[in-house]
Design a protein around this ligand. Structure first.
Ligand code: ADP
Ligand code: MG
Length: 236
């Protein structure tokens, strides 16, 4: 059984079909990339999987359970956590407090939440900034914080929406290394990136969207030489 099984997911915004009958699956421990030009429907797809948008058609199964239309909190408790393309930490709270918010999904104990938040912040390289206000962080550190907050909810599947956008080449390499470390913890990853070069080397499998439709799926090598994919990226 797949960890995540998506059947014919559809989302409309008025007359626009942002996702049209998209099916795919993710197995336990897999890293799957979701790529496609701007406006392809990637963020919309994520939003439905994480419960932020209601689908207009199709079904989503997680560990065999039908989670279609469930709330983000319910889905997060089940083990799917997403990050946002536009990172939005609680600006006036400290780094530690921001991550404790995530940890409180799993524990009601402040002591335990703090311990877990500290562990995750160590792991994401923010241990020396625990008491910084989130608003004082660089973009790269805000993205680390977003990852730390997500990890504190103890996901089985982590959805990353353009976590590497806006980073320098060095910061991008660090982010890729962090993603590999997350994978080593046994967490499956579903990664949206606009830039193909970033996703290809880390993904076991890649799904390509264009104009709200799935136009290709396969190993990074297969997808990179697919004429429809090349055309969709060149035509941007
Ligand atoms: P991507 O993440 O691949 O760039 P999106 O999923 O953000 O694409 O958007 C897909 C399409 O749906 C775009 O045409 C976008 O303008 C539209 N769209 C996304 N969210 C909304 C919304 N909340 N209301 C109306 N249209 C939306
Ligand atoms: Mg997007």
């Amino acid at each position: 059984m797949a960890l995540l099984e998506i059947q014919k997911l559809t989302k409309r915004f008025g007359g626009l079909v942002a996702n049209r009958e998209i099916s795919m699956q993710i197995d336990e421990g897999e890293i799957v990339g979701l790529i496609g030009p701007n406006g392809a429907g990637k963020s919309t797809f994520f939003a439905m999987v994480a419960g932020f948008y209601q689908p207009d058609g199709g079904r989503i199964f997680f560990n065999g359970e039908d989670i279609t239309g469930r709330s983000p909190e319910y889905i997060c408790r089940k083990g799917i956590t997403r990050t946002f393309q536009i990172v939005k930490p609680f600006e006036d709270m400290t780094v530690l407090e921001n991550v404790m918010v995530g940890a409180f999904l799993r524990t009601a104990s402040p002591t335990r939440a703090r311990k877990e938040a500290e562990e995750v912040l160590e792991f994401t390289g923010l241990a020396n900034k625990l008491d910084w206000e989130a608003k004082g962080l660089t973009i790269a550190d805000k993205k680390r914080l977003e990852l730390a907050r997500a990890l504190a909810t103890k996901p089985k599947l982590l959805l990353l929406d353009e976590v590497m956008a806006g980073l320098t080449p060095t910061e991008t390499l660090e982010a890729v290394e962090l993603i590999r470390q997350i994978h080593k913890r046994g967490i499956a990853l579903f990664i949206v990136e606009h830039v193909m070069e970033v996703v290809m080397p880390i993904s076991h499998r890649v799904v390509v969207l264009d104009g709200g439709e799935k136009i290709a799926e396969g190993t990074p090598e297969e997808v990179a030489k697919d004429p429809r994919v090349i055309k969709s990226y060149l035509g941007e």
